[in-house]
Design a binder for this molecule. Structure first.
Ligand SMILES: [Zn+2]
Length: 72
């Protein structure tokens, strides 16, 4: 990349360019092996946020979760 390409870019733009995978939730830089790197409809997320959101959705929409049956 030519240095000229960086002109007119904000600091955030530059950081995003060199660190394209940041968690959309907590903005941590994602590494596959450490934070995890989950692709979601909203963007990339770390494992913590991914599972936190996943858990929340399951709580809000508890469809498809098998319930324990009593008896038998
Ligand atoms: Zn996160």
């Amino acid at each position: 990349m030519k240095p000229d390409a960086l002109r007119g870019m904000s600091k955030e733009d530059i950081l995003n360019r060199f660190q394209p995978n940041c968690c959309v939730q907590c903005n941590v830089v994602l590494h596959e092996t450490t934070t995890g790197n989950r692709r979601t409809a909203r963007g990339c997320m770390c494992s913590d946020c991914y599972y936190a959101e996943l858990g929340q959705e399951i709580e809000e929409h508890p469809i498809g979760i098998p319930r324990r049956r009593r008896g038998s």
